[in-house]
Design a binder for this molecule. Structure first.
Ligand SMILES: C[S@@+](CC[C@H](N)C(=O)[O-])C[C@H]1O[C@@H](n2cnc3c(N)ncnc32)[C@H](O)[C@@H]1O
Length: 243
C-alpha cells in the first residue's frame, strides 16, 4: 500500500490518537480485562493471534502478556501505527508486523499464516468499513479461525438515537478532560470538546448497532455470539467457531 487514502495513515493522526485519545477511552482497562477473561476461558492455549487494525498493538500485546506462548500478527494499513507497534514490542521473535488493508479482498494472504488461528481481535478499527464490507470481513475472519477459534471485536458502535449519541459524546469529552488533567495538562474542557467534535477521523466512521453486528456473526456461523460489554457507543462483542 503506497497511496494514502485514509487519515489514519498520517503520522499526525497516529500520534494524536496514541498520545491524546487511547488512554482517555472510558473504561479502557475494564474492556481489556473482559477480553482477557474470555480468552483465558475459551482459548487458554492460544498459540496464534491476529490483531486487526492493531494501532500500537495494545490488544495483541495484552494477550501475549497473559499467554507467553502465543505468536501475534499485528496488521494495520498505517505505516506510523505499525512503527509504533514495532517500537513497543519487546520480543520481535513472537511478533509479525504486516501492512495490509482489510477493506481489500486478499488481505488474508498478505499475512502468510502458517495455518488456522486461535484468536482474532480488533480494537476500534472495523467501523471505518461500510456495513456490507464489515459483514464480508467477519466472514473472512471466520475463515481464518481453527476449530473453537474466537473473534473478539472491541468497537465503536452506533447509538440508537441522536440524543443517546450526544450522551456518549459528553461522556467521552469528560473522560478526555480527566485524562489530560491527570497528565498535568492545563487544557480546558471546552478546548478539548472543540477538538473532539471537529476531529479529523470522525468523517471516516460508519457506525453500526451492535445488535445488527451480532446478527451478522450468527448468520455467518459463529457460535456463542454475544455483546460482552457495552457502555454507550463502546462495545466488546464476538463469537467463536464450533469446536
Ligand atoms: C482507532 S485506531 C485503534 C488502534 C488499536 N486497535 C487500539 O485499540 O487502540 C484504528 C486503527 O485501525 C487501522 N485501520 C483502519 N482501517 C483499516 C484498514 N482498512 N486496514 C487496516 N488497518 C486499518 C488504523 O490505521 C488505526 O491504526
Amino acid at each position: 500500500m503506497t497511496d494514502q487514502s485514509s487519515q489514519w495513515q498520517s503520522a499526525h493522526l497516529a500520534q494524536t490518537y496514541l498520545e491524546g485519545v487511547r488512554g482517555a477511552i472510558p473504561l479502557a482497562q475494564q474492556q481489556i480485562e473482559i477480553l482477557l477473561t474470555i480468552v483465558a476461558n475459551w482459548v487458554p492455549g492460544v498459540r496464534r493471534v491476529v490483531d486487526l487494525g492493531c494501532g500500537d498493538g495494545i490488544l495483541g500485546r495484552a494477550i501475549q502478556r497473559q499467554h507467553p506462548g502465543a505468536h501475534a500478527w499485528f496488521v494495520d494499513f498505517s505505516a506510523p501505527m505499525l512503527e509504533a507497534a514495532r517500537a513497543k514490542h519487546i520480543e520481535p521473535a513472537r511478533a509479525t508486523f504486516i501492512q495490509a488493508d482489510f477493506a481489500q479482498d486478499g488481505w488474508q494472504e498478505r499475512l502468510a499464516l502458517p495455518g488456522p488461528v486461535d484468536l482474532v481481535v480488533s480494537g476500534f478499527a472495523i467501523h471505518h468499513l461500510t456495513d456490507e464490507r464489515k459483514r464480508a470481513l467477519y466472514a473472512q475472519i471466520y475463515g481464518l479461525l481453527g476449530q473453537g477459534g474466537v473473534f473478539l471485536n472491541l468497537e465503536h458502535v452506533a447509538s440508537p438515537t441522536p440524543a443517546v449519541e450526544a450522551l456518549f459524546e459528553a461522556h467521552f469529552v469528560d473522560s478526555l478532560y480527566a485524562y489530560h488533567r491527570g497528565n498535568g495538562s492545563a487544557r480546558s474542557r471546552e478546548e478539548l470538546a472543540r477538538e473532539y467534535y471537529a476531529r479529523q477521523d470522525k468523517e471516516e466512521n460508519i457506525l453500526a448497532p451492535v445488535e445488527a453486528q451480532c446478527d451478522w456473526l450468527h448468520e455467518i456461523g459463529y457460535r456463542d455470539v454475544a455483546c460482552f460489554f457495552k457502555a454507550f457507543e463502546l462495545a466488546l462483542f464476538g463469537g467463536r467457531r464450533a469446536a
